[in-house]
Ligand binder design. Structure first.
Ligand code: KIV
Length: 282
């Protein structure tokens, strides 16, 4: 059955944990959907794990639409959430609604995610009023990496913790159906999760969140540039891929691949004619 934004809220009310992963392409979305994931985020992390940038700043609306549409074609049941890239919503409420609409119309997502708390509440309100469900994202917000001065845990002082709690309440009040908490101390996330009625989706935010999300290349050990402390590796797909590719290279070099079972056949008479009756082989 198709997961929905309303279904996420229901899961929180029922005490059922919400499962999310990032996805950026058709095949992976299909595998994750079949595994039973509740939601797929087409994250702007694609800038790093798919496109090789050092951060998410350069990701464009065109990048997001292209990858969101591929994920939407692959996933039948998961709720598809598309990230709004840097400067597609910060510039104005108009830009935010316009670009959220493009992600839904052209990418076929069912919700969008944007980063920030109090400062983006007008955008959250306007996008929601335009009938596009919004997932908020507070704590460590990677689009602000240059303002933060690096990827750091957020909300550790009393003042910062109070501010995060206030931001969580503000995005709920503005109409967000869920909020991602990234790199937030576990006890603070647990408190925020109790204080608001919309689900919290944690990444590096502990077990007290209502759901969890990870970047799939991290949890399947496919991205080796940097692994955050909060990542658990569930399979070593990076190693399996590298071994499979090395075996292919070896067999091609040795002439062991393709084997007869991988080849297409032609009748001996046809070949005979090519050799004896003036065909191209003569
Ligand atoms: O872009 C992304 O993948 C994200 C997750 C880390 C939540 O925003």
């Amino acid at each position: 059955m198709k997961n929905t934004a309303a279904g996420f809220k229901q899961q929180k009310e029922n005490g059922e944990k919400i499962t999310m992963l990032t996805a950026y392409d058709y095949c992976t979305a299909k595998l994750m959907d079949r595994a039973g994931i509740n939601g797929l985020l087409v994250g702007d992390s694609l800038g790093m794990v798919m496109l090789g940038y050092e951060d998410t700043i350069s990701v464009t609306m065109e990048d997001m639409i292209h990858h969101t549409a591929a994920v939407a074609r692959g996933a039948e049941n998961a709720l598809i959430v598309a990230d709004m890239p840097f400067m597609s919503y910060q510039t104005s409420v108009y830009d935010a609604v316009y670009n959220a609409g493009r992600l839904m119309k052209e990418g076929r997502c069912q919700a969008v995610k944007l980063e920030g708390g109090l400062s983006v509440c007008p955008q959250i309100r306007a996008i929601t009023e335009a009938s596009v469900p919004v997932m908020a994202h507070i704590g460590l917000t990677p689009q602000s990496v240059n303002a933060f001065g690096g990827f750091k845990v957020q909300g550790k002082t009393e003042e910062a913790a109070r501010r995060l709690l206030q931001e969580a309440k503000a995005v709920e009040e503005a109409g967000a159906f869920a909020v991602v908490l990234e790199c937030v101390p576990a006890k603070l996330s647990a408190l925020i999760s109790k204080e608001i009625s919309i689900p919290t989706i944690g990444i590096g935010a502990g077990a007290g969140c209502d759901g969890q999300i990870l970047v799939y290349q991290d949890m399947l050990a496919m991205y080796s540039d940097f692994t955050p402390k909060f990542v658990k590796k569930y399979a070593d797909i990076g190693k399996a891929m590298q071994e499979g590719i090395a075996a292919y290279i070896d067999e091609v070099r040795k002439g062991a691949f393709p084997a007869p079972e991988h080849e297409f056949k032609i009748s001996d008479q046809v070949m005979e004619k090519l050799y004896t009756e003036g065909g191209c082989a003569k």
